[in-house]
Design a protein around this ligand. Structure first.
Ligand code: PA5
Length: 355
C-alpha cells in the first residue's frame, strides 16, 4: 500500500491535507507574481549600500540564501544571511536589511528587526502579516506584504523574488527580468515531469523518494551554485517527510566528509547520496563529483544525480530545488505522514512564547 500511494492521486490528495502538492504545482505562477510584487513595491531611499542582510529563519531564510548565491555572481555588494536574534557587528546606516518572516511572528526575526532599526539600517519587511506587518506599518518601514495561507516553505517565491526585485530597482544587481522569465518557463516544464499525475516509473521525483525511503538521505551540492538546493533538500526532507537528512558541498566535502565513509559499515549502508549537478559548475568541481562517486559508491545504499535545467543561475538553482521539493513530499507520503503540518515547530514556538 505504502509504495502504491504515489500512483494513486486521490489517496495522495487525501493524505496531503494542507495541499503541499497543489502549492508546488503553483510555484511557477507564484514566482511570476512574486517578481511583479517586488517590482511594484516601494523602494527605500538610501545612500551608499555597503552590505545587504537578510534576516529570517527556516522557510523564510532560505530565500536569503538564494539571494546570497545569486548576488555573489551578479553584484558587488555582499549579501549575508542572518538566522539569529542578533545582527552582525557591521550592521549600520550603510546596511540594507530584509526582515523576512512569512507569519510575521517569529521572535528571532522580530528581535533582529528591532536591532536593525536601532542601528540605523534601512529595513524592508517581507511578510504575509503578523506582528512584523504591524510594526513596519506603524514605523513607516517599507513593507512587502505577500499572500498568506501557505506553509512558509511553500512560499519561497514570495519570500525571495521581491528581495531580488528591490535590489535590482536600487541598482544593486543588473536587470534579472529575463532570468525570472526563464525560471518560470523551466519550472512549468518540470512540473509536467514531476507532478502527481506522472506515474512512478516515469517520474524522477517519485523514483528518488522511493530510493530515499527507509534510508538516510545525504545531499551534496557545489559551493556558489547548487549549495542552496542541497540545503533546501535537507530542510524539506526534515519538514515534509519528518525524516533526517544531511547536506554538504563540493569542494569542501572532499577535504573532510569524504574520509568518513569507512565506519561503521552497517550504518553507512543505510545512506542514500543525491548529487546535485550543475553543468556550469567549475570543471574541477565536476571532476570531483565523478571521482567522489567512484570512491563512495560501494559504501552506501545507493547514489543518484540530479541535473540542473536552464541557462541562468535562477533557473538552475530553482530547478534543483523543485525536484527536491517534490521528492520530499512524495517521501512524506511513502512514510504515511502528512507533509504540511510541522507540529513540533509549532509546539516549540508556543512553549517559548509562554516561557
Ligand atoms: O517551514 C517552516 O514552517 C519554518 O521553517 C518557518 O519558516 C520558520 O519557523 C520561521 O517562521 P516564519 O517563516 O513564519 O518566520
Amino acid at each position: 500500500m505504502e509504495k502504491n500511494i504515489l500512483d494513486n492521486p486521490q489517496a495522495m490528495r487525501e493524505a496531503d491535507t494542507t495541499g503541499m502538492l497543489e502549492a508546488l504545482w503553483e510555484l511557477p505562477e507564484q514566482c511570476a507574481r512574486a517578481w511583479e510584487l517586488g517590482l511594484a513595491a516601494g523602494v527605500p531611499f538610501m545612500g551608499e549600500v555597503r552590505h545587504v542582510l537578510v534576516t529570517g529563519l527556516g522557510g523564510s531564510a532560505i530565500g536569503g540564501d538564494f539571494l546570497r548565491v545569486y548576488a555573489a555572481k551578479a553584484s558587488f555588494v555582499p549579501v549575508v544571511v542572518n538566522r539569529d536574534y542578533v545582527l552582525p557587528a557591521f550592521t549600520g546606516p550603510h546596511t540594507l536589511v530584509f526582515a523576512v518572516s512569512y507569519s510575521g511572528n517569529t521572535e528571532e526575526t522580530l528581535s533582529a528587526y528591532r536591532e536593525a532599526r536601532q542601528k540605523g539600517a534601512t529595513v524592508v519587511a517581507v511578510t504575509s502579516g503578523g506582528r512584523l506587518a504591524e510594526v513596519a506599518s506603524q514605523e513607516n518601514v517599507p513593507l512587502i506584504r505577500v499572500p498568506g495561507g501557505l506553509a512558509p516553505r511553500a512560499a519561497t517565491g514570495y519570500l525571495f523574488l521581491p528581495t531580488l526585485a528591490v535590489m535590482q530597482r536600487m541598482g544593486l544587481v543588473p536587470d534579472a527580468g529575463g532570468e525570472v522569465a526563464e525560471l518560470v518557463e523551466v519550472l512549468r516544464a518540470l512540473r509536467e515531469e514531476l507532478g502527481p499525475q506522472v506515474p512512478r516509473e516515469e517520474n524522477p521525483a517519485k523514483r528518488l523518494a522511493a530510493n530515499m525511503h527507509g534510508r538516510i538521505p545525504v545531499i551534496w551540492g557545489a559551493s556558489g551554485t547548487s549549495e542552496v538546493a542541497a540545503q533546501r533538500w535537507k530542510g524539506q526532507i526534515n519538514e515534509n517527510a519528518k525524516a533526517p537528512a544531511y547536506w554538504n558541498v563540493f569542494p569542501e566535502l572532499n577535504h573532510n566528509e569524504l574520509v568518513g565513509f569507512e565506519h561503521p559499515a552497517e550504518l553507512l549502508a543505510q545512506l542514500y547520496v543525491v548529487m546535485l549537478r550543475d553543468p556550469q559548475d567549475h570543471p574541477r568541481v565536476q571532476k570531483r563529483f565523478a571521482l567522489t562517486r567512484e570512491i563512495v559508491e560501494k559504501a552506501v545504499a545507493g547514489m543518484a544525480e540530479v541535473e540542473a535545467r536552464g541557462q541562468g543561475l535562477l533557473a538552475r538553482m530553482y530547478s534543483l530545488v523543485y525536484v527536491g521539493d517534490y521528492a520530499s513530499v512524495y517521501l512524506a507520503l511513502l512514510y504515511g505522514v502528512d507533509p504540511g503540518p510541522v507540529k513540533v515547530i509549532d509546539q516549540l514556538k508556543a512553549r517559548l512564547a509562554r516561557e
